[in-house]
Design a protein around this ligand. Sequence first.
Ligand code: FES
Ligand SMILES: [Fe+2]
Length: 359
Amino acid sequence: MNDGHLHTPTGRMSVHRPQDYWYVACLSSELKSKPKSIRLWGSAIVLFRDQNGTPKALLDRCSHRNVPLSKGKCVEGHLQCPYHGWEFDGEGQCVKIPALEGESKQDKRKVPSFATCEQQGHIWIFAKANTEPNHQPFSFPHYQDSAYSHIPFQATFQGTMHANLENILDVPHTAFLHKGLFRGVERNLIQTEIRRFADRAECQYFGEPRPEGLLGKLLAPNGGAIEHFDRFILPSIAQVEYRLEDRNIVVSNCLTPISDTEVKMYTVVAVKVRVWTWLLKPLVLPFALRVVKQDQEMLDTQLACIEDFGGEAFNYTEVDVLGSSISRLLKRASQEAIPVSPIPTEQVAESVLRGQLWA
Ligand code: FES
Ligand SMILES: [Fe+2]
């Protein structure tokens, strides 16, 4: 509430750390024969490939004298520290100490390890160390379907994971911040239906005319009403889908929290439209990058303002359709390990909420 006082810090930031979940660590193509360091909520994690080429992930800190293991190298599928040459396997066991006569394996020398999974050109890690995952990572839809083209891209954004998820799934800002790119001057009253599930929330928009700009032209060259869905899937996937007859565009954005106030977004756009495949990438990428740039600038500005005022003081309305579901799910997932179902599922919604908005 604005109580009329100047600068009343709330100290609040919507920082959530759901740890029993998968996050994209990097692209498959970014992990070759050298170890690679990444960050998750500020902690350094080292990735490397073992002798079979399988990605492995350890805390990036040698258990001997705390040198980053990512500064070392891979030796016969093990990670070798650059200081005294200790070697660790993919499970974090110390398998060799060059100067020591006798057994090197000891529990206290073990480095925490993270489960990994490589699929669809991305390497995922499970954020809680030394834990057997209770579900599979998110899988990009229609990946095996040759009727679809897949366009991956990545971008880094300032702001909490929560602020970034809200931004991607926030319809009212598209007409304003991205004016002309999605929606034009004419406004329409659109019906909404929000469905909440244990591991995700979805909003379907009814009566939405063809979007403006490139997206609309690709989807509906002759106009017509489209089907539009926005989805939030735990822990950090924001998905936007448009359908018209047999045409379909699904944008899946997977966010990795590099720190509490910075995310890396791994996106794959799945497109099935009546346009030559070779034309799609040069058409879609510049459009996507323009949208991303506008969002990046706004999220920078938002974070600077929140930090300047010493915390958030947000207001929600009914047209921030998925906002409260995102907060609720992130809060819950930070406290308990909710397994995430593969999509699509046959699950029945826990609740359904109908509304409307101008867009
Ligand atoms: S610090 Fe890594 S081997 Fe000594
Ligand atoms: Fe945006």
